[in-house]
Structure formats: structure tokens, C-alpha cells
Write a new protein. Sequence first.
Length: 254
Amino acid sequence: MRLANKTALITGAGSGMGRLAARMFAKEGAEVVAVDLAEGQLAETVESVKGEGGAIVGVTADVSQAEEVRRAVEEGAGAFGRLNVIYNNAGIFPGEDGSVVDLDEAVYQRVLDVNVKGTYLCCKYGIPELIKAGGGSIINVASFVALMGCTVPQDAYTASKGAVVSLTRSLAVQYGRHHIRANALCPGPIETPMLQELLRDPAERDKRLTRIPLGRFGRAKDVVYAAIYLASDESSWTTGTTFVVDGGISVNYF
Ligand code: NAD
């Protein structure tokens, strides 16, 4: 199994890619610390992983709140005696996001708080545990929108994911000598609950689909397979990358 003897903390594990990651990491032998704000959804993830014979604990926490993140790391590392992987997957993409001129300040702040501060806090409390374990892997979920401009503005989200990419590079450089790797995983448009509403509109769907060279939207597992690689020792010389899994959308000029 590719993740045997590893404990992985996965945020946003109550839905979409985070939920599937909890299941697929556990199947690869990882002990999973599943974190989410949504208690009921998190409980469903925990039950399904247990039902499949996996090792998992769930911790309800808001990644933008320092004390809650500190407790999640403490409970997670305590439950399994170590922490080897931090998978910062929790993120929000609110419908009220837009262009800077119209964007409400509170919406902007909340997006930055969850997507960037949440990543910062999980690293703040998680990295000392990785160091104790002799090293580890940090996977920070950014997005293809961090790498290219977009005429359909979602400026808070775009700014937040750009920050995640830069922060990840800095962590890779700072903590390499501690055998800690940090990579920014950049998905293209993936059919998860986050995009479901938007993609129900055929015009919105087609607008995006024509840009994807591989001719389909991504599936959660397309991204989780990449995360398994980044979490495992197979990627032991891979750090500081923007690891793009996007069906080719970010290299499409026309
Ligand atoms: P999703 O909406 O299905 O799941 C996100 C999960 O994060 C939910 O369970 C939610 O409760 C949780 N969450 C939200 N705020 C939280 C907080 N403050 N604290 C703890 N948990 C919180 O989303 P998804 O599509 O699976 O997205 C996962 C990640 O991938 C996000 O970071 C997202 O920005 C990124 N991403 C998604 C796409 C896409 O097309 N779906 C594309 C690029 C990047």
C-alpha cells in the first residue's frame, strides 16, 4: 500500500475531493485525521471510511480559527501517535465573489480567511508535528486560476489561491532540510458539490468545457490520485511545485 505507516490530516473532508481523499488515502493504508466545519457531513465521511475498514478520526473544526486548528492537530496526532501528511484541501468559492469593484469586503475577507489563513494555521500547528516525525509532505490545494487570468471574475478566490501557491514555495524552501516537502496542487474545474450549481447552467458548462483540451470536466479522483502521489514516498524528490491536474485548460490559448 502506497501510504502505509503514514498519518494524514485532510481538511475539508466532509465533501467533494476531501471526502474522496479520506477514503482513498485510507485504502492506501494511511491513518486519516479528517477535519471539516460541517459536522454531519464529516460524520458521514468517517462512517464510510470505517465501513471500508479504514483507520480514521474526525475532528469538527473551522480551519480559519487558530484554537480549533490547534486542537484538531493535537487530537489527530494524539490519536495515531504521529503526523506525516498535511493535506490543506478545505476551501470556499462563494457565489457572491466577483470583480474587485463590486466585491463585498466581508466576502473577500471570509475567502482569504478560509483559503489562506486556514492553510497558514494548519501549517503553523502541523509542521512541528512533521518535524517530530522526521519529515513529511504538505499538500496545499490551490487552483488553475492561480496561474492564469479569467474573464469571469472571482477575484477573492483567485487572490487566495495565488497566495497558497506562493506560500507553498516558501515552505518548500524553508523546511526542505527538515525533510518536509510542500507542493501546491492545482486542479482545473472538477465536478464536485463546489461547482455543481454553476455547471447546471448549460451555457456556463459549455463556456468552460470548450477550453478543456481533454474534453471533459475533472473528477475528484483525478486530483486525489495526484495527492496520493504527493503524500507518498514516490514523490520524495518533488517539492515546491505547482502540480497541475486540469485536463490541459491552463495551456490552452484558443
Ligand atoms: P467542496 O465544496 O465539495 O468541499 C469543501 C469542503 O470544505 C466542505 O466539506 C466544507 O464544509 C469544507 N470547509 C469549508 N470551509 C471550511 C472551514 N472554514 N473549515 C473547515 N472546513 C471547511 O469543494 P471541492 O470542490 O471538493 O474543493 C476542495 C478544494 O479544491 C478547495 O480548496 C477548492 O478551492 C479546490 N478546488 C476546487 C475546484 C473545483 O472545480 N471543484 C477547482 C480548483 C480547486
